[in-house]
Write a protein that binds this ligand. Structure first.
Ligand SMILES: [Zn+2]
Length: 249
């Protein structure tokens, strides 16, 4: 096929073989791995293989294009690794846009992450718009956020607050007449009380890292957590700071 179709499709690392329209009216773009890449390099040892074991077809979900559905059929090869010391016996081709084990293209994941992170669209709406499931869209957003934000700074001041992570959990209490009760009625969770750029706890906002959020005293006598951080509660009568010396004042 004319290379102009490959240029029009625009997915780096593959070349368009042909495009067909199936009975449903959807279009199928048949692509193959472009020559000149490192797709035949063994992920275990890096040696480029010349021994084809079989041909396989995968169908990564790609960006929508046009008004009728467009699917991708990637015809790729499974290679044998002949290196005696390599643990990988076979491997399939990968490209930067569709890494090993991926069922979506990189440009689709970037578009979903931008839709949610930059355009403030909901994950559910973006998932439906791009033709993927909610878990796939959510995983894409998390992946992009982790890449953008990097690893958080270590927590130096650990606090306790009514902060629940995830959905509420319920337990069936037979002794209570078969009632479902909230497992943690207080939604107690650990929070980062460090104020400033790395801090997330509202209770610690505006206070120094070594200042008690309960009474304002220096927290040298507070309980210590492994690694040197202080453990504090967000108000009198709650949290692990109940045993601190200033409680007796
Ligand atoms: Zn190998």
């Amino acid at each position: 096929m004319d290379q102009s179709t490959t240029v029009l499709f625009g997915l780096p690392g593959v070349r368009v073989r042909r495009v067909e329209r199936v009975e449903s009216g959807a279009r199928v773009v048949h692509v193959e791995t472009a020559e000149g890449g490192s797709a035949a390099g063994c992920p275990g040892c890096g040696v480029v293989s010349v021994s084809v074991k079989e041909n396989v077809i995968t169908r990564p979900v790609d960006l929508p294009y046009g008004e009728t559905p467009l699917t991708v059929a990637w015809h790729k090869r499974r290679w044998r690794c002949r290196e005696p010391l390599c643990a990988r016996l076979t491997f399939t081709e990968v490209i930067d846009e569709v890494a090993a084990g991926r069922r979506t293209t990189g440009r689709l994941r970037r578009a979903i992450a931008c839709a949610v992170g930059d355009a403030c669209r909901s994950v559910a709406e973006a998932a439906e718009s791009f033709g993927v499931s909610w878990p796939t869209a959510q995983a894409t957003v998390i992946e992009a956020a982790n890449e953008e934000l990097g690893d958080p700074e270590p927590v130096t001041v650990l606090g306790i607050d009514e902060t629940r992570r995830g959905r509420p959990r319920w337990t069936l209490r037979v002794e209570a007449g078969g009632k479902w009760v909230h497992t943690d009625a207080w939604d107690t969770g650990f929070v980062d009380l460090q104020p400033g750029a790395g801090g997330q706890g509202a209770a610690g906002a505006g206070r120094g890292p070594h200042e008690c959020v309960c009474c304002g005293l220096a927290s040298a006598a507070h309980a210590r957590v492994p690694g040197g951080g202080a453990v504090r509660g967000d108000r009198p009568g709650r949290g692990l700071c109940q045993g601190d010396p200033h409680r007796a004042r």
